[in-house]
Design a protein around this ligand. Structure first.
Ligand SMILES: Cc1ncc(COP(=O)(O)O)c(C=O)c1O
Length: 371
């Protein structure tokens, strides 16, 4: 079957390769690794995920329900703040519930059933993340309780949770663990589990998984606690692309922009926020002498919906394909229909080489999100 345009295409073989590696880490280190839906929630692929992983972490009632429906298990749940009218539904569908602040803990603890394990998110105040937008470790961050405010563990707390990494290596985790132990170590003999959040990019080439396994095994032994990791990106890292087509080439003042039938702001927002320059299927993100340069521009009316020059061996033409590599994590979960821009279709390149179209989006999807 032909791949429509625009279309997110997940490569089943690559997803499976990541799942095998993550499964190897969880088994070798004797820990549980769960999928963070915020990074990857393409539920048509969950039957494959479920072959290797037993759980997921949810950060909203919608993700909690998706976990129950499509992963077939209650979720590990951490929400920045729970809404009063949603809390009972959230907790009824959760195995673990983590509070971001002591005020939320005090507000809801009496409504947590006995069979749900209670955790608190804390701030270890160390991170290697340089982009402020993605760094939750500031001492005044709204994410997590600081050690000064957690002198005594409140009743029923069985776990501590931290998340301060993003696309990081195991050596960054080692630093975080040191900072966590120095701030919160005295609580560890009173709890059952530590959730070390996400940002562990163990599927990136060159990641030292042996070091990660030894690091976590050492932590477990020192404190006799269960360890949970909840990466998102690592699951979907380099598992597929966004296929688009050039609709127009605009030449203003000598700057050529190839306009494709997608949008950075609608479909690949990290490219503008981080900012992050994706690689292309054909073409170079760095200058190649003698090649032709074009800005790549989306179809939304946002003035900044473009990336600076990419280089192509041959001049681009209307109808040419532009494939943005590694566009599965933090894309589908963040898309919008701003400007009514067509949402890319979603498909899977199956391990037998065939393409299966999972879903196409149209006017009804756009209209249903508005009223
Ligand atoms: C609390 C929490 N857990 C897990 C993750 C997943 O992180 P990543 O996709 O970088 O592995 C995030 C990402 O923002 C997060 O905020």
């Amino acid at each position: 079957m032909k791949i429509p345009s625009p279309c997110f295409v997940l490569d089943e073989k690559r997803l499976e390769r990541n799942l095998k590696l993550i499964d190897h880490v969880q088994k070798s280190a004797g820990i549980e690794i769960i999928l963070a839906f915020k990074g990857f929630a393409m539920w048509s692929a969950f039957p494959i995920v479920r072959q290797y992983m037993s759980g997921a972490t949810a950060s909203s009632l919608n993700e909690v329900l998706l976990c129950n429906e499509e992963m077939g298990v209650k979720s590990h749940t951490y929400c920045v703040a729970y809404a009063d009218d949603e809390f009972d539904d959230v907790v009824a569908h959760s195995s673990h519930i983590t509070f971001n602040s002591l005020s939320q803990y005090h507000k809801f603890i009496d409504r947590v059933p006995d069979n749900v394990s209670v955790g608190l998110r804390v701030n270890p105040e160390w991170s290697d993340v340089e982009t402020e937008l993605y760094n939750p470790s500031s001492p005044v961050s709204r994410l997590g309780i600081s050690s000064n405010d957690l002198v005594v563990l409140p009743e029923r707390v069985e776990g501590l949770h931290f998340h301060v990494l993003c696309e990081s290596d195991s050596y960054a985790l080692e630093q975080v663990i040191q900072s966590f132990e120095s701030r919160f170590g005295h609580h560890l003999s009173n709890i059952k589990w530590v959730n070390m959040g996400g940002g562990h990019l163990m599927t990136r080439e060159g990641y030292d998984t042996k070091h990660l396994i030894a690091l976590i095994a050492g932590f477990k032994e020192r404190h006799s606690v269960d360890v949970i990791l909840e990466p998102g990106s690592a699951f979907a890292w380099e598992t597929g692309d966004l296929h688009t087509t050039i609709l127009d080439i605009v030449d203003n003042g000598g700057v050529k922009t190839a306009i494709f039938d997608g949008s950075f702001t609608c479909h690949m927002p990290d490219c503008l926020e981080m900012p992050y320059r994706p690689k292309l299927g054909v073409g170079s993100s760095e200058e190649v002498s003698g090649w032709h340069s074009y800005r790549l521009g989306g179809v939304s009316c946002l003035a900044g919906d473009f990336l600076e020059s990419y280089w192509f061996e041959n001049p681009l033409k209307i109808g040419d394909s532009i494939i943005f590599k590694d566009m599965i994590h933090y894309t589908m979960v963040k898309t919008s229909t701003f400007n009514g821009v067509k949402h890319p279709a979603i498909g899977i390149l199956m391990s037998n080489g065939e393409f299966e179209l999972i879903k196409e989006f149209g006017y009804k999807d756009f209209k249903n999100r508005l009223s």
